[in-house]
Design a protein. Structure first.
Length: 257
C-alpha cells in the first residue's frame, strides 16, 4: 500500500471509541482509591533513568541530527530544543505556543493533525527532507501514536531514531483510552509491544524516563511496508493486549531488549 493511500484510508480514525477531551474526575484521589480497591491498581512509580526532555535534548544535540520532527507541540517546550538544527518541524492541530515563537527558521510549525500532515506530505512528489530524529507526543490513543510512528519511519533517513513518549503508565487509570485524569498516557503503551511483535527487525528499547517513560526505536527502514499492509491486524493485536497484564509485567517489558 502506498503511504498516501494509507493515510487517506486510516488517518484520524481509531478502531474503538475513545475520548481525549479531558473530562477529569472531580477528585482523582477518589478514583485511584476506588480502582485500587476494585482492581488492585496501585501506583507504580518508575525507577527514573533521567527526564524525557533531557534524553531528547541530548539526542538533538548529539551532532548527528540536522532534521528533527515531532507530533504534539503544545507550548513548544520540546520543539524549542531544535533551535540549532537545520530544520525542526512540529505538528499540532491546536498548539499553545507564544505568538511568533516558531515563525522563523529552523522551525516549521504545522497547525494540523499529524495524519493530515503525513497525507499531505506523501501526496506530494517527494518530501524535501528526511528525518534524523523524531519524537511522537501527539494524541495519546494507540492507533494515532502507531500511525505517527509509521509516518516517521516512512520519512526516516538512515540512522534515524523515533522516540515515543508516555509508554510506561504509572497506574492503570492513567492508561485509559478515555481520558479521566490530568496526567494521561492513554494507551500508547501498546505501540512498543506491537512493534516488537510485528517488526522484530526493529530495536525497541523502553526507558523509565520521568515522568511516564520513553520508547527508543532504532533500526528503521523507510522502505518497510509491514505495518501499512497489516495495519488492521496490528491494531486488533494491540487492542487485544490487557493493561493489567502490561502493568504486572512492566519491569520485564523494560528489561527486554
Ligand atoms: C503532551 S502535549 C505535547 C507536549 C510537548 N511535546 C512537550 O513535551 O512539551 C500533546 C499535544 O498533542 C496535540 N495533539 C492532539 N491531537 C493531535 C494530533 N492528531 N496530531 C498531532 N498532535 C496532536 C495536542 O494539541 C497537544 O498539544
Amino acid at each position: 500500500m502506498q503511504a498516501a493511500e494509507f493515510f487517506r484510508k486510516y488517518g484520524n480514525t481509531a478502531a474503538t471509541p475513545w475520548s481525549a477531551s479531558g473530562n477529569y474526575v472531580r477528585n482523582e484521589a477518589d478514583l485511584y482509591a476506588a480502582l485500587e480497591d476494585l482492581y488492585g491498581d496501585t501506583p507504580r512509580p518508575l525507577n527514573r533513568t533521567g527526564r524525557y526532555m533531557d534524553i531528547l535534548g541530548e539526542r538533538i544535540d548529539s551532532g548527528r541530527v540536522s532534521t528533527y520532527f515531532e507530533t504534539g507541540v503544545n507550548k513548544g517546550g520540546t520543539l524549542a530544543l531544535g533551535q540549532g538544527l537545520k530544520l525542526a518541524i512540529g505538528v499540532d492541530p491546536s498548539p499553545k505556543t507564544a505568538p511568533g515563537a516558531f515563525d522563523a527558521a529552523p522551525f516549521r510549525l504545522e497547525v494540523k493533525t499529524s495524519d493530515d500532515f503525513f497525507l499531505e506530505t506523501f501526496s506530494q512528489d517527494a518530501p524535501d527532507f528526511a528525518l534524523d530524529l523524531a519524537f511522537v507526543d501527539g494524541l495519546h490513543v494507540f492507533e494515532y501514536a502507531l500511525r505517527d510512528f509509521i509516518g516517521c519511519e516512512l520519512l526516516s533517513a538512515p540512522g534515524c531514531e523515533v522516540l515515543i513518549h508516555d509508554v510506561l503508565p504509572r497506574r492503570m487509570a492513567e492508561a485509559a483510552r478515555h481520558r479521566l485524569t490530568r496526567a494521561w498516557t492513554g494507551d500508547v503503551w501498546r505501540v512498543p509491544l506491537v512493534l516488537r511483535h510485528f517488526r522484530p527487525d526493529l530495536k525497541v528499547q523502553l526507558m523509565e524516563a520521568a515522568p511516564t517513560g520513553l520508547a527508543i526505536i532504532a533500526g528503521l527502514d523507510s522502505a518497510n511496508r509491514v505495518l501499512l499492509e497489516r495495519y488492521n491486524e496490528v491494531v486488533a493485536y494491540g487492542l487485544s493486549l490487557s493493561v493489567a497484564d502490561f502493568m504486572a509485567a512492566r519491569d520485564q517489558h523494560v528489561a527486554a531488549a
